[in-house]
Design a protein around this ligand. Sequence first.
Ligand code: PMT
Length: 406
Amino acid sequence: MSAVKGKKVVIGITGGIAAYKAAEVVSALVKKGAQVKVIMTAHAMEFIKPLTLETLSGNPVYYDMFSRPGAWEIDHISLAKWADLLVVVPATANILGKVAHGIADDLLSTTIMATRAQVVFAPAMNTNMYTNPIVQENISFLKSKGYMFISPATGRLACGDYGEGKLADVQDILDAIEGYFSRKSDLKGLRILVTAGPTREYLDPIRFITNPSSGKMGYAIAAACAERGADVELVSGPVSISPPPGVRLHRVETAQEMFEKVMDIFPSCQMVFKAAAVGDYRPETCYPTKIKKDRDRLTVTLVKNPDILKELGKRKGSCILVGFAAETENIEEYAMKKMREKNLDFIVANDVTRQGAGFGKDTNEGLLITRQGEVINIPQMDKMEFAHRIIDEVIRRCPDLNQGSN
Ligand code: PMT
């Protein structure tokens, strides 16, 4: 049975050429047994007629805050309360900007502001608009506040340009909706430790060796675990993104600090996702004051940092350990070697040379490898979806986990 059966889904449609695809989403959800109500913006109605959505959803289409003066219900409040999930498809730069800045000036934006339900955006727009730093900042901000995204695809856009910004496939949108309802609370009762971000290995008080990890992957894992009901401890190196709602954040800087914090928290956890990019080496000497450039040559000796994950592998007991491997060649082979050496249950192998994967990107792709040697290929998707996919695959193979019920 479909997980959406009986669920109440509000579909918000904004003004873009991909608006017609919202009709397919509505039709498929109704066929799966969901109750669907549609809100359209004024611009959306330039692209597709409300009658189409009314017919497909079997409900009146809502578009005007003031169209029903005689009705006792206030639409944006009643729709906000009614929804189990609100999906905006397509989501324009305009709606993302409005929500990110607290602007509520029409029925859709007020409903988004008023709802306690999860809101999911499926953006679609011209590639230059999508990659515009302002839009990207709004997306990052909304993600940090718990809004979910279904990343747009790359392809030929309606304007003739080629690039990122094409609405995700209707099937991907349906899978994300189905996934949301089937996942709810499946990690309830579990305490999960997630590490994220880079470490800093100091040469002097103001200089350090680090790497380009943004923390996005680890924060997405932490957010996904929290969404699914887990009690999440997030140990993070220095990053510029906000922690996801509902997780306990422990900030660290160096590999040694991360080691100590992780060892402290680990004994109470049933699962660990080790997405941090930990510095393997640190300078042997950290100068107490700023190093002066009075020498032509400066030799720095590096010494090995503790391998946090390897130590967890020694202490693991029944805890499920999921490592990450950032590789540039022989991805599968090197990742498997790390999994064996560190006594892991799973490892996620990222080819960080690929566009749209690895350090700093909003998307990721890679291989999830199990201890038994099974290799699951996870195609490119938004890091949040990637996180959910990893969790889905892991818990499917761990039936003894103390899971809560949906
Ligand atoms: O943060 P983002 O910008 O979103 O980028 C995501 C990412 C590319 C950083 C992430 O997906 C990733 O691949 N993280 C692991 C990077 C890494 O350090 O890989 P590694 O092959 O060096 O280490 C293997 C595993 O051992 C990792 O789980 C790492 O956390 C762990 N490790 C490594 C060294 C060390 N001293 N202690 C460790 O625990």
